[in-house]
Design a protein around this ligand. Structure first.
Ligand code: VNL
Length: 384
């Protein structure tokens, strides 16, 4: 009975938004706590797109409704998503810095038939949890496989892996091991660190004691990346000859200056660097700095910018009349020219297909950047 009432409310919600002259996008993001930088990057990226392209599409005003999930808090994310659907009658759900929040909202997307754009969360399974989910960010498997292959091709044979102990970390760990051992490499140790408040010192010491040639790391962007880098330096791993290989989350543009010169030479694989040279990236950086001149945009801002581009295209093609199923038809197979390069939504999996770049941390005009030096074109999520 409760479910029937809920369905009736959802049906009413979609009828009302049909007639309204505003398209509402509910952004569920981490605006406070340890992961507050994610919410800032995602909202800035979305606003940058709107600044650059105006806030009216097909005669309808695009409105962002921003809600704070406060961190990895699936119950909060779920309640806020329900409110956005039932009370605010949003046409789209979007945002999601963190995997647990995206997973919690998948059943609501399905039940209410709300197209839901994952702008960051990067565990492979997320898009399989609802036919109304698409992803404009990346998956850990997608960026990790090229790292394992690059390492082997460049002579690395013994690697220790360190990952955050939750969905994306498990994907990174599995993918690295599979790809690296398939080529003939060896994973000599695996560690999982807690997602909140990890004390990296003892973990990093165990890596050092394992005497690998390199350590492969995924921890979420932001404070955790800074914490890992600090322990890596303090425990003298570089001096012991243990190379640092990571996904771009660790050396992301938002924190790279805070990592300091110790980060010079770190090799990573990822989909976006602020140093990417293209007219699209130049325009993006200019739009972003109009929204927030004090921060450098990272991959999350780009995921949000492209997510808004996808939403604008849906509104345009459906002439402002948003229907969940029709919206999904437009999203499947959509191609966009992103600040990171060409991207496409795989029509089968609704996940992103994109270039993955191998980069090295270098100084460019006195500032630290991930300088791309190799491109692997049109990579699909190998986790599917
Ligand atoms: C996730 C993936 C979070 C990659 C991250 O930090 C990240 C996630 C914000 O899926 O939870 O860098």
């Amino acid at each position: 009975m409760k479910k029937l009432i809920l369905l009736a409310v959802f049906a009413l919600a979609s009828v009302q938004s049909w007639a309204a002259d505003t398209i509402k996008v509910g952004l569920l993001v981490e605006m406070t706590g340890t992961f507050a930088d994610f919410g800032l990057q995602i909202t800035n990226g979305a606003k940058a797109y709107m600044k650059q392209h105006g806030d009216t599409v097909a005669g309808k005003k695009i409105e962002l409704i921003i809600k704070d999930t406060t961190g990895p808090a699936p119950d909060v994310a779920k309640r806020l998503a329900q409110e956005l659907v039932v009370k605010d009658k949003v046409d789209f759900l979007a945002g999601f810095g963190l995997t647990p929040n995206a997973l919690a909202v998948a059943p609501i997307a399905t039940e209410a038939k709300i197209p839901t754009i994952i702008m960051n969360a990067a565990t492979s399974v997320i898009t399989a949890k609802s036919p109304y989910i698409v992803r404009t960010s990346f998956t850990l498997a997608q960026v990790t496989e090229p790292m394992a292959q690059w390492a082997y091709r460049n002579g690395v044979r013994k690697v220790f892996t360190v990952v955050a102990d939750y969905g994306p970390g498990h994907d990174a760990e599995d993918t690295f091991k599979k790809a690296f051992t398939k080529m003939g490499g060896q994973v000599v140790g695996e560690l999982r660190v807690p997602l909140t408040n990890p004390e990296f010192g003892p973990f990093v010491q165990r890596v050092k004691d394992g005497k690998p040639e390199a350590v492969f790391v995924f921890v979420p962007a932001g404070e955790m990346a800074v914490g890992f880098m600090k322990a890596y330096n303090e425990r003298g791993l570089a001096k012991a000859g243990i190379k640092l290989l990571s996904t771009g989350d660790v050396t992301e543009d938002g924190v790279i200056e805070a990592l300091g010169d110790n980060a010079l030479g770190v090799i990573s694989t990822h989909q976006y660097s602020a140093a990417h040279v293209s007219p699209e990236n130049k325009a993006f950086l200019a739009a972003y700095s109009q929204i927030d001149p004090k921060t450098r945009p990272n991959f999350m801002a780009v995921g949000a910018y492209d997510g808004m581009a996808a939403i604008y295209e849906v509104v345009r093609q459906l002439k402002g009349n948003i229907d969940g199923d029709k919206a999904m038809q437009v999203l499947k197979g959509m191609k966009l020219l992103s600040p990171r390069g060409p991207i496409q939504i795989d029509p089968e999996t609704r996940d992103i297909v994109q270039n993955v770049y191998v980069r090295e941390v270098k100084k460019v005009n006195g500032k630290l950047y991930n300088v791309e030096f190799e491109t692997i074109n049109a990579v699909k999520d190998p986790g599917k």
